[in-house]
Design a protein around this ligand. Structure first.
Ligand code: SF4
Ligand code: SF4
Ligand code: SF4
Length: 510
């Protein structure tokens, strides 16, 4: 019976490691096709209407129960790792210390219903917060990946001092205060829950887990206790990280069992079996009241949302420059704002894969429901390369439609706004034109001003909102030219003599 557990562990490693490394990889070494593993996650598969994948996951669950939770879901494996690590801090005799707990049906079914209803009403607000794959993606992108980048940059600086140029420094693009705080709160909640209570998150909060639990009632193969062999020693119950085995009643709550098979090998009497059980009835465990740890979770989440609302109000009242209240710029391929906000789960895969480091998780730019969704944020030499389509290629939920390079070159994500009163040509009567030099589409060009000087002018139809101009404008802190995001990405006009005008933006400037 240990074989099943070993196979499950091997498969879990085969899914988990590539996903983890794909999110961490800041060098672009790993092949992009690894994003296919992310399309096998339940929510991305549903969002992008991957009929084949959804069919496969349904069949998998109807055959083997919640194997998805033990093998494919990276947040599930993350919780197993946390629960496993917690054993190192326990005395020898108390390492396997789980005991049966009643399910929190009110909470879990309410959260599932809320997720479905809000989504059907056209908002992914709840999905963004609760999708397990996206929570995992954010934890890695916001908390773990920066540590690797810091270590890389430290070694890079050390090597350069010694004249060795084998690695190079990389910028930390993903750090934004509000998403960082929210991600940290979720990380602590999930880690603490799994540290003390195994798969508590999976069985009370996760809407995917609750949905799969319902499917598992119909699954062909299930864990069950053979009443004739069981001596009620509770060895299996102590090992069950889902806390769903009641050894006294000799029942297994199939809706919470994640098919990890840990219980199979511990029973010396062969009392726990994983076998064909379709149609067999088991006693249902009674409903319990919502306990204090879950109440704490809900209160914490509520407090975070309230804090965010206050932060938004403060930001708005304290604004000093129109650039601060501009419309956010969606990544290329997002199409309509409504489509993007509904489909994007804020997993931040695009943020971690963007080679230009121009994507950042949003704070409140899209409103409360769009927290964590990516937006373009330009800074010195950081702009969107018109020839890069990586974010649209890796997005697993269909929030970004895959673009060809030709399509990308004319996808208008926003339009540059020129503010003459801030431009150095106007304020200092000095020659400049950096924005025009850096515009890859001829959308900014220089026109005569006075005393032989020239000043920029924008042709909106040609602008694609790449931010080349904004990223190089020397006026600080608020540039004289900046990009206002489009709510609907449209096709920009091709520049005249486009072939001759294939400009590569370099690092010229100030
Ligand atoms: S219950 Fe949710 S978080 Fe837990 S393993 Fe399943 S899908 Fe992942
Ligand atoms: S747009 Fe980015 S953050 Fe949103 S689902 Fe796609 S990859 Fe994830
Ligand atoms: S945003 Fe890009 S395309 Fe538009 S004016 Fe600036 S540099 Fe040109």
């Amino acid at each position: 019976m240990k074989t099943l557990k070993h196979i499950r562990r091997l498969l879990a490693i085969l899914f988990f490691l590539p996903i983890l490394l794909f999110f961490i990889d800041f060098t672009g070494l790993l092949p992009l096709f690894l994003h296919k593993l992310l399309q096998m996650q339940w929510i991305p598969a549903l969002m992008s209407v991957q009929v084949g994948v959804v069919g496969f996951l349904l069949v998998l669950s109807l055959l083997f129960g919640r194997l998805y939770c033990s093998v494919i879901c990276p947040l599930g494996v993350f919780q197993d790792i946390a629960a496993w690590k917690s054993r190192w801090f326990k005395k020898k005799g108390r390492r396997y210390r789980f005991d049966y707990r009643k399910p929190n049906n009110i909470l879990r079914y309410s959260l599932l219903a809320l997720t479905v209803i809000v989504f059907l009403l056209g908002s992914s607000a709840v999905v963004v917060w609760l999708d397990p794959y996206s929570i995992f993606g954010r934890i890695i992108t916001q908390l773990l990946r920066p540590l690797f980048i810091w270590a890389n940059n430290g070694f890079s600086a050390l090597f350069i001092k010694k004249g060795i140029y084998v690695i190079y420094g990389v910028s930390q693009n993903a750090f934004v205060v509000i998403p960082f705080i929210i991600t940290s709160v979720f990380f602590v909640i999930v880690a603490v829950m799994s540290w003390f209570r195994g798969r508590l998150y999976c069985n009370t909060v996760c809407p995917v887990g609750t949905f799969l639990g319902l499917l598992s009632k119909l699954s062909l193969f299930k864990i069950e206790i053979e009443k004739s062999s069981c001596t009620q020693c509770s060895a299996c119950e102590k090992r069950c990280k889902s806390q769903c085995i009641d050894s006294m009643a000799m029942t297994v709550d199939e809706t919470r069992c994640v098919s990890c098979f840990n219980c199979l090998s511990v029973c010396k009497k062969g009392g726990v079996k994983y076998a064909f059980r379709y149609g067999k009835k088991q006693e249902a465990a009674p409903v319990s009241e919502i306990n204090s740890s879950r109440r704490t979770f809900m209160l914490t989440s509520g407090a975070v949302v309230a804090a965010l609302a206050t932060a938004k109000a403060e930001t708005l009242t304290g604004k000093k420059d129109e650039i601060l209240s501009r419309k956010p710029i969606m990544p290329p391929g997002a199409g309509h704002l409504e489509h993007f906000n509904t489909k994007c789960t804020g997993c931040q895969l695009c943020v971690s894969k963007c080679p230009m480091h121009v994507l950042k998780p949003a704070a409140l730019e899209y409103g409360i429901s769009g927290i964590m969704q990516p937006r373009l944020a330009f800074s010195t030499h950081v702009y969107c390369n018109q020839d890069c389509t990586i974010c649209s290629e890796v997005c697993p939920t269909g929030a970004l439609t895959k673009l060809t390079v030709e399509e990308k070159r004319v996808t208008q994500m926003g339009i540059a706004r020129f503010r003459k009163h801030k431009c150095v040509v106007y304020t200092d009567e000095k020659d400049c034109g950096a924005c025009s030099e850096h515009c890859p589409t001829q959308a900014v060009h220089m026109i005569p001003y006075k005393n032989g000087l020239t000043i920029p002018q924008v042709t909106p139809d040609l602008c694609i909102g790449c931010g080349g101009c904004e990223s190089i404008c020397p006026v600080r802190p608020y540039q004289a030219i900046y990009v206002e995001g489009n709510s609907v990405q449209v096709k920009a006009k091709k520049p005249k003599d486009a072939q001759k005008f294939e400009k590569k933006i370099d690092n010229f400037g100030f």
